[in-house]
Design a protein around this ligand. Structure first.
Ligand code: MLC
Ligand code: AMP
Length: 498
């Protein structure tokens, strides 16, 4: 039996999941996951690593879908709940998922597509267990693939990051030890569940530890503070943008509300920030209102977490800490030679946490590792007084906004398909709230010059890309700044927005 389920069995009677005032214990969660696994198997003995895409609200249904896929021997492919059809279609087709598992109210977007492509659409609310039909669930070897998460890179289309059960177990167990998770913990999940931060750090870690995971459907400051106010939560993890928004909301509350909330937050055990650089200003303000020194850590879809400030000991503002136990980290120059201590270098990572491959992309997989097996993150860091400080990325074409990784090239390709646009360059502009804001410099086509308008552009884009990828600023130029080789100079493009 996979380790995750052995863990869950240990805590059978404890509350695993809470949402909207009701709870489910581990035993109910496991039984319900087994029932759903049998539905997925529909008579066969093993899904044999078939990819199952699922588009399910955070909470009990999400976890039982994930667990059912694993119990049945499948590979889980979580879909983003807010992606437009073309983005969902890309993931479904790239993974070759033939079964789609969906929450009823999210099914409309996929129904017609599923029907015309002979995909099986299982609506969770209508899926009734073939009550224990005597069939054993398969014995899944932990070296098998478990999860495919899509991440943007320096290519125009997102890549599917494949992790095995062993990878995931390594990612989880390191954090359990380092951050001292226990069954007495209770975390609130406000993050989307198609990325590693929400899936691994929040959901999988809490359920591995026998803790309780509470959910809200979608982040809002009001709902987050309301949940804190109930006095049960003792762990919180979020991206810097969320802490920024919580601070801003806190400042609108009455003195009495602020005092109650601050008092409650002081009794939390742990508050973590990650997925993007935490501005020191946000860390300080959060410290004032919550009494917590946020624990900042560094991770990546391909790795889970790699570097973390200590649970005990100094959490240094502006630094991500030290490599986690079992994770090897080194900083190298462009020839992959280790740099001298105190010099900046690209972060390379090795360890059981590191992903297996990019789905269906052997060349990209090969290129992302050195010949001696270190994963090249593309992030640049320096070690100062024993702690790592992230300095930036190798590529200007990767943007981090609200904790989401966004490929400038992907957005440019979409923009270029619009008849108003001749040429374009997408960049990330520094922003305290969002980390970076997506901005697009446009050279309009002949016809476009008379017709361009931002509302029309936004409406058109939202049918093609996720809302968080949409450029928030546009600038019209007569030509893009290029170097002597004709290459667009992105740093010059950024200056055009100043
Ligand atoms: C939304 N808005 C943006 C925006 N996203 N504006 C600028 N830039 C962006 N990126 C605007 C919307 O247009 C809207 O404006 C308003 O914000 C509210 O929209 P929303 O969709 O409701 O946004 P909100 O829920 O507030 O989103 C903010 C967020 C979300 C921070 C909750 O971005 C989020 O969940 N981020 C987490 C992503 C994540 O999990 N990353 C981890 C990747 S794993 P208006 O004007 O219409 O009101 C990883 C590895 C690791 O990185 O280390 O963890
Ligand atoms: P993703 O591919 O969405 O998993 O994003 C991973 C990227 O997020 C990393 O490669 C870093 O660029 C960035 N990142 C994660 N945590 C931090 C952090 N604490 N500080 C700065 N950047 C971070």
């Amino acid at each position: 039996m996979l380790e995750v389920f052995k863990q869950a069995q240990k805590y059978a009677g404890r509350t695993a999941i809470r949402k909207d005032g009701s709870g489910h214990n581990y035993s109910t969660l496991l039984n319900s996951s087994r029932d759903l696994a049998r539905i997925l198997l529909s008579g066969s003995v093993d899904l044999h690593q078939a990819r199952i895409a699922f588009m399910v609200h955070p909470g009990f249904d999400y976890v039982r879908s994930l667990w059912a896929i694993w119990l049945a021997g499948g590979v889980a492919v979580p879909l983003c709940l807010t992606h437009p059809l073309p983005s969902l279609q890309y993931v479904i087709e790239d993974t070759g998922a033939a079964i789609l598992l969906v929450s009823e109210d999210l099914s409309a977007i996929l129904r017609e597509y599923a029907e015309s492509n002979q995909l099986t659409l299982i609506v969770l609310e209508h899926a009734h267990a073939v009550s224990d039909d005597g069939l054993d669930l398969p014995d899944v070897d932990p070296s098998r693939n478990a999860l495919i998460l899509y991440t943007s890179g320096t290519t125009n289309k997102p890549k599917g990051v494949v992790t095995t059960h062993l990878n995931i177990e390594a990612q989880i167990s390191t954090l359990i030890k380092f951050w001292e998770w226990s069954e007495h913990d209770h975390i609130l999940c406000v993050l989307p569940l198609h990325h590693v931060h929400g899936i691994i750090n929040v959901v999988c870690c809490s359920l591995w530890a026998g803790a309780t995971c509470s959910f809200i459907d979608h982040f809002s400051s009001e709902a987050t503070f309301r949940s804190f106010g109930e006095g049960q939560i003792n762990i919180f993890m979020a991206v810097p943008t969320i802490y920024f928004k919580l601070v801003a909301h806190y400042e609108t509350l009455s003195a009495e509300q602020r005092s109650t909330l601050s008092h409650i937050m002081r009794s939390f055990r742990l508050m973590v920030s990650g997925s993007a650089a935490l501005p020191v200003s946000v860390m300080e303000k959060w410290g004032e209102i919550s009494g917590h020194v946020l624990l900042e850590r560094y991770g990546m879809t391909e790795l889970g977490m790699a570097i973390s400030n200590p649970y005990h000991g100094e959490r240094r503002p502006g630094y991500v800490g030290v490599p986690l136990p079992t994770v090897e980290v080194k900083l190298v120059d462009e020839n992959h030679r280790e740099v001298a201590l105190g010099s900046p270098g690209e972060i390379l990572v090795k360890g059981p946490n590191v992903f297996k491959e990019y789905w269906g992309k052997p060349d990209a997989t090969k290129e992302s590792f050195t010949i001696d097996g270190w994963f090249k993150t593309g992030d640049v860091a320096v070690v100062e007084n024993g702690y790592y400080r992230i300095m930036g990325r190798n590529s200007v074409d990767i943007i981090k906004s609200g904790g989401y990784k966004i490929s400038a090239l992907e957005i440019e390709e979409v923009l270029r398909a619009h008849e108003w646009i001749g040429e374009c360059a997408v960049v990330g502009l520094e922003d305290e709230e969002w980390g970076e804001l997506v901005a697009a410099a446009l050279v309009l086509s002949k016809g476009g010059a008379d017709q361009f308008n931002v509302d029309g552009m936004n409406d058109w884009l939202l049918q093609r890309i996720a809302g968080y990828k949409r450029p928030r600023k546009f600038i019209i130029l007569s030509e893009l700044p290029r170097n002597a080789m004709g290459k667009v100079m992105k740093n010059e493009v950024k200056k055009c927005f100043l």
